[in-house]
Write a protein that binds this ligand. Structure first.
Ligand code: BGC
Length: 756
């Protein structure tokens, strides 16, 4: 099909193209030569359903490789990992006849309890955005369209279809839209999927500011906006807001509603045609020249990538790697029935699944060590709890080392509901503690989609390997890591708090009476903990290795009024090859808004052989320093001091350098309602006003610049009140003229606030 003239189609035909033709397909119009294309989940494997269909992961889907889910990819901090997954997914999608893969998900992990955290990358928008960009570019280079979802603020499952996420504008821009913005502008995804929820009271599917003003006008998006499955309430309203394709179909009722709305003058035919053109462009881009993918090679890839994602949280007494274990006891149901993905629409019918115990046995056999196994706990039948635990503890007393596979039961982590607690099941906590009390060495391997509390047992064990959910190769990957065949290089993409009560969303998640108030503002995750100096169990960015690194020689260069770059040297000082994540943060209090203690500004992951040294160069563009200015409705880099920090993680700064940036030279707008303090601080109006006011200040009264209580009182008064108090000595017209002559926002950026 190519270049169908739109006027060759009737209104009914055009309207029908704007709603799915089936559960997973667009509408075909054979008489006009228009084919249907297929959209399927996503994001970490292809969930192609040929027969029974659903968007909850209930019915059968064709076998496909289950790659590490986003929670794992986020922990890899590796664009390379994300890109390799994108490339492989494109091959499998094309072979299964899928034209658009429904992913990646780039919502922000606001609370550790959010049920779909396993499908999202991070609590940080830069990390999420960069990894998603690499994934989308690779997927689309392979001929398959991406669908960046869920736009926007779908950060919880509780009431996900109706809740209103009430978010102030700066928080929305800096935290919740930022990853979407990066993917849209840097990777041009074929589609963007709107979420179910409302944003500040307006359903995402009907949010004109979001779907049109921000996405298209500001970010320049040219692809198609599609709905989440069933997210459209009113087809005409959604179309007017900028939603091109409503899914799923068939949608006879929606099509008729659209036709009626056009005839009634509520929707223009031009609006219909614009959306049709975008849907047809999507259909045009599709192609099926696929060769069958090498599923064995993809399985190996899934295993190799999984090993880059796991995070070694703790490793004392040289416990890991298990180089020469005399005897090994493996405990836990997840060693034989691994947890490697979450529930819901992303659930993949894996081509095969590596069983950790089998790979551990193979590694141990190669080293002449015997392996025994005890189930330890049951995820289903709690009646057996005591007997299983006691048997495991008895076996642990005689073992050289014990590896306990613990984690969240599968039924507790899924799309559709949020988690109820941060802790592991009590039976597992008790098991770990009792095993650790008698074992010579205890290692815990965790499987969970969102972070879990490590309290009550962390100090009892020698090592903790956080696997999150690693996809179908997780069993082999974990064994490789335990025995040192692979060197851990994952870093936390999400803080592990001490207590749920410490989390910034504790009081607001998941909301009440239809609203969730994002009261933490921009202080999400590590931004909060670092700013209020609250202790955590493990900070964002934390992760250990079997080798050691030395980081030195940080140099920062200012490249412009709002840009800088840096170089730093990393050396592998240990005896194993490894990968190191260089994490760069910016700390500043520049500008009129409360800034987090530090913010991730750049990162890269590098491979180093033992003894090898590399110089890393990273650019810091204006967004690394900018904040969203609400009155000006734009990104602003303020004049001020910026500390560029290289961190071992978000709370351990290794090196830092301060630079001064002139910024954008934008002064805040002034009016007679602005307070005196703002007037005095203003770079243009301030000095002029000072000169005018000095003679007016009462003899013996406060000096304009002093820190007295009186002056603080004056500084907080609006200028129009001072005007009255000076009894005409200050000239109102002169002040107004001063507001007009001030440098102000660069009006070329037409941006606004995302309120209804
Ligand atoms: C999910 C989407 C998914 C869609 C289709 C929805 O319930 O929120 O992420 O792509 O179903 O399965």
């Amino acid at each position: 099909m190519a270049n169908i003239p739109l006027d060759a189609l009737s209104l009914e035909q055009k309207a029908s193209l704007l709603t799915g033709g089936g559960f997973w397909s667009t509408t075909a119009i054979p008489e006009a030569g228009i084919d249907a294309i297929v959209l399927s989940d996503g994001p970490h494997g292809v969930r192609r359903q040929m027969h029974g269909t659903d968007h909850l992961g209930l019915h059968h889907s064709e076998p496909a490789t289950c790659f590490p889910p986003a929670v794992a990819v986020g922990s890899s901090w590796s664009e390379d990992v994300a890109a390799k997954i994108g490339t492989a997914l494109a091959r499998e999608a094309r072979a299964l006849g899928v034209d658009v893969l429904l992913g990646p998900g780039v919502n922000i992990k606001r609370s550790p309890l959010a049920g779909r955290n396993f499908e999202y990358f991070s609590e940080d928008p830069l990390l999420s955005g960069v990894l998603a960009t690499a994934y989308v570019r690779a997927l689309q280079a392979g001929g398959v369209g991406a669908s960046v979802k869920h736009f926007a603020a779908n950060d919880q499952e509780t009431d996900r279809m109706v809740v209103s996420a009430d978010i102030d504008e700066r928080t929305l821009r800096e935290i919740h839209l930022s990853a979407f913005e990066r993917v849209v502008t840097d990777a041009g995804p074929a589609t963007v999927m709107c979420s179910y929820n409302k944003i500040n009271g307006v359903p995402a599917s009907e949010h004109h500011r979001l779907l049109t003003d921000v996405l298209r006008t500001e970010w320049g998006y040219t692809g198609a906006v599609i709905s989440d499955w069933g997210a459209v309430r009113s087809r005409p309203a959604a179309l007017n807001a900028g939603l091109d394709l409503s899914m799923p179909g068939p949608g006879h009722y929606a099509t008729q509603a659209l036709v009626d709305a056009v005839r009634a003058g509520h929707v223009t035919e031009a609006t219909v045609e614009r959306a049709v053109a975008r849907v047809l462009a999507l259909v045009d881009a599709a192609g099926h020249d696929a060769a069958a993918p090498d599923l064995d090679a993809h399985h190996e890839l899934a295993r190799e990538l999984a090993a880059e994602c796991a995070v070694l949280l703790k490793n004392t007494r040289g416990t890991l790697p298990l180089e020469r274990p005399s005897s090994l006891l493996v405990v836990g149901e997840f060693a034989t029935t691994p947890r490697y993905q979450g529930g819901g629409s992303s659930h993949v019918n894996a081509t095969r699944v590596d069983v950790p115990l089998e790979f551990i046995q193979a590694h141990a056999a190669a080293r002449g060590a015997a392996v025994t196994y005890a189930r330890g706990f049951a995820t289903d039948d709690q009646g057996e709890e005591a007997a299983l635990r006691e048997a495991a503890v008895r076996a642990a007393a005689g073992a050289g080392a014990v590896v306990v596979f613990a984690g969240n039961p599968e039924a507790e982590e899924s799309e559709g509901f949020d988690r109820q607690r941060l802790e592991l099941p009590a039976s597992q906590v008790r098991l770990i503690r009792e095993v650790a009390a008698v074992a010579a060495r205890t290692v815990v391997v965790l499987a969970n989609g969102g972070v879990v509390s490590l309290e009550d047992w962390h100090d009892d064990v020698d090592a903790i390997l956080e696997g999150f959910l690693l996809g179908q190769g997780s069993g082999a990957a974990i064994a490789d890591l335990l025995f040192g065949q692979a060197n851990p290089s994952g870093r936390l993409a999400e803080t592990i708090p001490l207590r749920l009560k410490d989390t910034p969303t504790y009081l607001s998640f998941p909301g009440e009476q239809g609203h969730v108030r994002y009261s933490e503002g921009v202080m999400v995750g590590y931004r909060h903990y670092e700013t209020v100096d609250a202790p955590v169990r493990y900070p964002f960015g934390h992760g250990l290795s079997y080798t050691a690194y030395d980081i030195a020689g940080l140099r920062v260069q200012v490249d412009g009024p709002a840009e800088a770059s840096l170089t730093v040297t990393v050396r592998n000082t240990g005896s194993r090859a490894g990968k190191y994540v260089v994490q760069v943060y910016v700390a500043t209090q520049a500008g009129p808004v409360r800034r987090p203690e530090r913010t991730l500004a750049a990162f890269t992951k590098i491979h180093l052989e033992p003894g090898q040294e590399k110089e890393v160069r990273l650019g810091l563009d204006r967004r690394a320093f900018a904040y969203w200015d609400v009155p000006l409705s734009r990104w602003v880099v303020a004049d001020g001091t910026y500390v560029v920090q290289v961190g071992e993680n978000a709370s351990a700064v290794l090196l830092e350098r301060s630079v001064h940036l002139d910024g954008d030279g934008i002064a805040p707008p002034l009016s007679l309602q602005s307070n005196v303090g703002d007037w005095l601080a203003h770079p243009v109006a301030g000095p002029r006003l000072r000169a005018r006011m000095a003679p007016l200040m009462a003899q013996g009264g406060p000096e304009l610049d002093d820190d007295s209580d009186e002056m603080r009182m004056v500084a907080s008064m609006p200028m129009n009140q001072i005007l009255n108090l000076t009894g005409g000595a200050l000239d109102g017209d002169w002040l107004v003229s001063l507001t007009n002559t001030c440098p102000s926002a660069d009006t070329t950026e037409e941006e606004g606030n995302v309120h209804s």
